[in-house]
Design a protein around this ligand. Structure first.
Ligand SMILES: C[S@@+](CC[C@H](N)C(=O)[O-])C[C@H]1O[C@@H](n2cnc3c(N)ncnc32)[C@H](O)[C@@H]1O
Length: 260
């Protein structure tokens, strides 16, 4: 998709493409279409390399590594890069792990592109939260038991537990909570949740490096998982799920589904 600037120069476009959890067969058809059509693809570590097999031979592939604890380009620089390529008439794809609309700073990219007059679209992907549930073979909602689903970040701008979390909501025993970017701060969060009245025995599951050969599952209780994460932080990205709907999930007798 290209359009014309008032002076007649063709401008390109930007697509924020959700890569899902990493398995290429969980990409949408639209995501594959955008990858095949792209002139420039910006990708990072959380989005698996297998996705790049859809790129044209002449597409420019730019690694913009983003992984917890490692330096990554500033968001402003990424925005400028995408916009400058689009202004050269290129179809730019920015690959995002999971869904671009969930904890992926898509709002900033959309704002910058619109301010620059560059067309931008979101191609949704399967968020790690629901992909983790599928991998575990469980539902995140359950009649009567879990009527509410919430997604929260465990990580503020400084990398610490956000101080303005709604702890009453997060300690709701009738909800399933999906914690993104929470492996470092989960012990602190769990302590607050227990102080707020959530049972320390609340079923809790950590899924690490979903969609890769290194996927690991740790299942236990809220206090037990918090203690494990305090003792040893997993290397890979982790999705942490807690709530009564997770009872028995990921433990003996409830084998996670095999990945393809
Ligand atoms: C910046 S957020 C991106 C979320 C993404 N947009 C989504 O919808 O899943 C990064 C966090 O997502 C989760 N995540 C992303 N990829 C993951 C994976 N392969 N396995 C487990 N968790 C993952 C982790 O909580 C990680 O810290």
């Amino acid at each position: 998709m290209t359009s014309n600037e008032p002076n007649g120069a063709a401008i390109g476009s930007i697509a924020l493409v959700g890569a899902g959890p990493g398995d290429v067969d969980l990409l949408t058809l639209r995501a594959v279409e955008r990858l095949r059509a792209a002139d420039v693809i910006l990708y990072d570590d959380l989005a698996g390399d297998a996705l790049l097999s859809f790129a044209r031979d002449d597409a420019e592939l730019i690694a913009v590594g983003k992984r917890a604890g490692h330096p990554s380009p500033k968001q402003d620089e990424l925005n400028r890069l995408m916009i400058s390529y689009a202004k050269l008439g290129k179809r730019v794809v920015r690959i995002k792990a999971g869904d671009p609309a969930i904890f992926a700073r898509a709002d900033e990219e959309i704002g910058a592109a619109r301010a620059a007059g560059v067309p931008i679209e979101i191609v949704p992907g399967i968020t790690t939260a629901t992909a983790a549930a599928a991998f575990l073979g469980t539902s995140l909602t359950k009649r009567v038991v879990a009527r509410r689903l919430q997604m929260v970040t465990g990580h503020d701008i400084e990398g610490t537990l956000p101080s303005d979390l709604d702890l009453a909501a997060l300690a709701d025993a009738g909800a399933t909570t999906c914690v993104f970017m929470g492996k470092a701060t989960f012990p602190a969060l769990a302590e607050k949740l227990i102080a707020q009245g959530l049972s320390r025995d609340t079923p809790t599951v950590v899924v690490e490096s979903l969609g890769t050969p290194a996927t690991q599952v740790i299942a236990g209780t809220l206090s037990g998982i918090a203690a494990q994460l305090a003792a040893e932080k997993p290397q890979g990205p982790c999705m942490i799920l807690y709530g009564a709907a997770l009872a028995g999930v990921g433990r003996d007798g409830a084998e996670p589904q095999t990945q393809r």
